[in-house]
Ligand binder design. Structure first.
Ligand code: KG4
Ligand code: ZN
Length: 361
């Protein structure tokens, strides 16, 4: 069976990543290498990603990361069928580093370039890991994005819901920052919450039961700040209880919003079992994952959470999206633009508010 080999480059946020992925003519995927260099240490001091530091770090690291990805895969540039890179949405300095490098490689080797939408990379990962068919429902919860998308086919995405202010990962990060738990905040909040009482602080559940499956997290973050101020000075137990209460509120909201979207999606599927795919760094959260598992079960749906390494930003998802495009003959010219904003669903109205990446989606 003929396979295509694609190199994928990801530099849109704080991971410098490259990978080589193979795709069979039947649409099966195989990861040959997946190198991810996190810049967390470079940004931790600032409590969040600093765009200029990120772009410079990508410049310094990218050549080595690409070399390592090719070496791990045991392939040479000449063996590749295409070179794919994230062209947006994301921090524009970083996107330019990756996309320009991909263009140079494509030009030098004469291989086609695929300019990949980062969100499409997340959206298609479950086809790489689990070989699922279209259509499916995607819940994308990361530091920069929070949205629910109906994935109909390559390039065919319909956004059902989105955050009207902060992204969910961003809400975790901001909560962690105000409780002095460090960056990135999600894992720290989850760890603290293990010892906390989720019922102690009565935090709001924004947009619960609203008729559209949208999200809002900035009011929740403010409520955490107010409770923290009222209870200060905070004991370790207070911090644990705040984290547990915050996580419980978030889990309620996610289950409610995803449940609404999943019921709508299922209604269009006839007798077929609907599939819900979760992607993005927040998918690592065990409380949220457990709630989604329960939700899927209660609605007779299948839940797919790709391995964490593939839920967070990585090059394999970009290589795979590139391979899916290539299979349809969808390649890009060397004039493909880098885009700070690039909604997956071009038909949807932009919303008020924005995620950490400045991606108004
Ligand atoms: O997908 P990702 O690696 O990067 C992008 O934002 O694109 O997601 C990172 C986000 C951060 O906001 C981080 O705090 C959050 O995912 N995160 C978590 C957990 N692990 C990572 N949030 C909640 N619980 C976790 N265990
Ligand atoms: Zn991402």
């Amino acid at each position: 069976m003929a396979e295509t080999l694609v190199l994928g480059i990801e530099t849109s946020c704080d991971e410098t990543a490259a990978a080589v992925v193979a795709r069979s003519s039947e649409g099966r995927g195989r990861i040959l290498s997946n190198v991810v260099l996190s810049q967390i240490d470079a940004h931790a001091l600032f409590g969040g990603v600093v765009p200029e530091i990120a772009a410079r770090a990508h410049v310094e690291a990218l050549d080595d990361v690409i070399r390592a990805a090719l070496a791990d895969a045991g392939v040479a540039l000449a063996d590749l069928d295409a070179i794919a890179a994230t062209a947006g949405p994301g921090l524009i300095g970083g996107v330019l580093v990756g996309l320009t490098t991909a263009k140079a490689l494509a030009y030098a080797t004469g291989k086609p370039l695929v300019a990949v939408n980062h969100l499409e990379g997340h959206a298609l990962t479950a086809r790489l890991t689990d070989a699922i068919d279209f259509p499916y429902l995607l819940l994308l919860v990361s530091g920069g994005h929070t949205q629910i998308v109906r994935v109909e086919g390559i390039g065919r995405y319909t956004r059902l819901g989105t955050t009207i202010d902060d992204a969910l990962g961003e809400a975790f990060d901001k909560t962690a920052k105000l409780l002095a738990l460090g960056y990135p905040g999600g894992p720290a909040v989850e760890r603290m919450a293990l010892d906390g009482n989720p019922a102690r602080f009565p935090l709001p559940r924004p947009l619960l039961h609203r008729p559209e499956p949208d999200f809002s997290f900035s009011g929740l973050k403010t409520a955490v700040r107010q409770e923290a101020q009222a209870a200060s000075p905070l004991s370790p137990q207070d911090v644990a209880d705040l984290c547990a209460s915050f996580q419980a509120a978030v889990a309620d909201v996610i289950a409610d919003r995803a449940g609404l979207a999943l019921r709508r999606f299922a209604a269009t599927m006839g007798d077929k079992i609907p599939t819900l795919v979760v992607a993005g760094g927040v998918a690592a959260n065990k409380t949220i994952a457990a709630r989604l598992e329960t939700l899927a079960k209660s609605l007779g749906a299948r839940l797919i959470v790709p391995p964490l390494k593939l839920c967070t930003d990585n090059g394999a998802m970009i290589a795979w999206a590139g391979a899916e495009h290539l299979a349809l003959g969808l390649v890009d010219g060397l004039d493909a633009p880098a885009r700070a904003r690039w909604p997956l669903d071009g038909e949807s109205e932009p919303v008020v508010g924005r995620g950490r990446l400045g991606a108004k989606v």
